[in-house]
Design a protein around this ligand. Structure first.
Ligand SMILES: *Cc1c(COP(=O)(O)O)cnc(C)c1O
Length: 383
C-alpha cells in the first residue's frame, strides 16, 4: 500500500463495540477484570489504555516499526529513551541536538553517572573517535535545527553496528512521511509529535518507535514506571492530525522548496539553508534518505537588526517558537530555541545574528513569497 493509503488506514480504527470509525476516547483509569486469575489486556491506564494503544499502533506502522509508545511531550519520549541507560554508560550525541535534549544530557544524566560527548556527525571519522569502551549509543537528529545540517544515517548506522552500539534518531523535522530511519538501520526513532505529526499547534505529544522486542520491553518498562504517558484526548487529536500528514507534508515541502528558491536569489538574503536545494551541503545525502528537503528552512538577513525588521513587517507567518503547524511559523533561534547558548556557541553552531527559521505551513506559497519579499525590502541598503 502507498504511504498515502497507509496513513488513513492506520489512523482510522473501527471500534469493535459500535463500529464507530474513529477511535473512542476511553475515559477510564481502571478496567474491570472478568476473571479472577487471567487479567485482560488493560488493567490501569498508565500501563495501557485502548485510545493510546490505537495511537501507538498508528505511529509504529507509519515509522515501519513493530512497537510504538506515546508520551506527554517529545521531551518525555526522549528522556524515557535516555533513561534506559545506566550509571557508567556513555552516549555520543550530535552537537546540533535539540535544546531540551541538550539540557537533559548536560544537567540531569551526569548526576546519575551517565555521560556524553557532542560531535559533528558530518565528520564520520571524528564521530568514530568519540566512541569509548563504555559507549552504548549514537544519537542523531537530521536535518538539524536550525541550520538544517544533514547527517548520513546509513554511514552512522554502519559505525554503530561495527561497535555494537544502538542508534537513536530524532525524526521530528521530517516525519515518517518524508524519512524512515528504521528502514535505514536505526534502532530507536523519537519524535516531538507536537510538530508535524499532530500538525495543528494544538497539543504537546511525543513518540518512540522500535522494531525489536527486547528494546520495546526496555522502553515500555520506563514508560510505565515513569508515567509520562499521552492522555486520551490528546491521543485522539494526534490521530486526527496524523490523518492529513501526507497532504500536509507534500504541500508544505513543495512550498518550502519554492520559497527557498526565491530566497536564494534575493539580494537581502546572504545565506539560505534548505536541504532540498542542490546548493545545500547535504543535498545528495538528503535525497538518498528522504523524499525531499522537508518544510523547514533558515535564512540569514545579515544582522539582528535586519532580522527584527523582517519579523516586524511580515504579515502572514506567526512569530513564535515551534514548527510543523498548518500556519507558517517564523522564529529567531538566537532568542528562542537557542537562547541558552553563548554568543561564541551560537557562532560555532552556524547560528549567525541574522538567522531566521521558517516552518512553512499550508498558506499559498505565492502569498508567502510576496509577504517575505515586501518584508525583506524594508531592510535599508547597507544595514
Ligand atoms: C520540539 C522538539 C523536541 C521536543 O519536543 P516537545 O514536544 O516540545 O517536548 C525534540 N526534538 C525536536 C527536533 C524538536 O523540534
Amino acid at each position: 500500500m502507498s504511504d498515502w493509503t497507509d496513513i488513513i488506514h492506520v489512523a482510522t480504527t473501527h471500534d469493535p463495540l459500535s463500529g464507530a470509525i474513529n477511535t473512542p476516547i476511553q475515559l477510564s483509569s481502571t478496567f474491570h477484570q472478568s476473571s479472577f486469575n487471567d487479567f485482560g489486556e488493560f488493567d490501569y491506564a498508565r500501563s495501557g489504555n485502548p485510545t493510546r494503544a490505537s495511537g501507538e499502533i498508528a505511529i509504529a506502522t507509519l515509522e515501519h516499526g513493530t512497537h510504538g509508545f506515546l508520551f506527554s511531550t517529545g521531551m518525555a519520549a526522549i528522556s524515557s529513551v535516555l533513561f534506559t541507560l545506566s550509571a557508567g554508560d556513555h552516549i555520543v550525541v550530535s552537537k546540533h541536538v535539540y535544546g531540551g535534549t541538550f539540557r537533559v544530557l548536560e544537567d540531569i544524566l551526569p548526576r546519575w553517572g551517565i555521560t556524553h560527548d557532542f560531535v559533528d556527525f558530518a565528520d564520520v571519522a571524528a564521530a568514530t573517535k568519540a566512541i569509548k569502551p563504555n559507549t552504548k549509543a549514537l544519537y542523531i537528529e537530521t536535518p538539524s535545527n536550525p541550520t538544517l545540517q544533514v547527517t548520513d544515517i546509513k554511514a552512522i548506522v554502519a559505525v554503530a553496528k561495527k561497535h555494537h552500539l544502538l542508534t537513536i534518531a530524532d525524526n521530528t523535522f521530517l516525519s515518517p512521511f518524508l524519512q524512515r530511519p528504521l528502514d535505514l538501520g536505526v534502532d530507536i526513532v523519537v519524535h516531538s509529535a507536537t510538530k508535524f505529526l499532530a500538525g495543528h499547534s494544538d497539543i504537546l505529544a511525543g513518540a518512540v518507535v522500535v522494531k525489536q522486542k527486547a528494546l520495546a520491553d526496555r522502553i515500555y518498562f520506563i514508560q510505565n514506571a515513569v508515567g509520562a504517558t499521552l492522555g486520551v484526548f490528546d491521543t485522539w487529536l494526534l490521530l486526527r492530525g496524523m490523518k492529513t500528514l501526507a497532504v500536509r507534508m507534500t504541500q508544505s515541502s513543495q512550498s518550502a522548496k519554492k520559497i527557498a528558491t526565491f530566497l536564494a536569489q534575493h539580494d537581502k538574503v546572504s545565506r539560505i539553508l534548505y536541504p532540498g536545494l542542490s546548493t545545500h551541503q547535504g543535498y545528495d545525502i538528503q535525497l538518498s534518505q528522504a523524499k525531499n528537503g522537508g518544510a523547514v528552512l533558515s535564512f540569514d538577513v545579515g544582522s539582528q537588526h535586519n532580522a527584527q525588521t523582517v519579523v516586524a513587517n511580515l504579515k502572514i507567518p506567526v512569530f513564535s517558537v515551534s514548527l510543523g503547524g498548518v500556519e507558517s511559523i517564523i522564529s529567531y533561534p538566537p532568542k528562542m530555541s537557542h537562547a541558552e547558548l553563548t554568543t561564541t556557541q551560537l557562532l560555532e553552531n552556524g547560528i549567525s545574528p541574522g538567522l531566521l527559521r521558517l516552518s512553512v505551513g499550508l498558506e499559498s506559497a505565492d502569498d508567502l513569497i510576496n509577504d517575505l519579499n515586501q518584508a525583506l525590502n524594508k531592510i535599508k541598503k547597507g544595514a
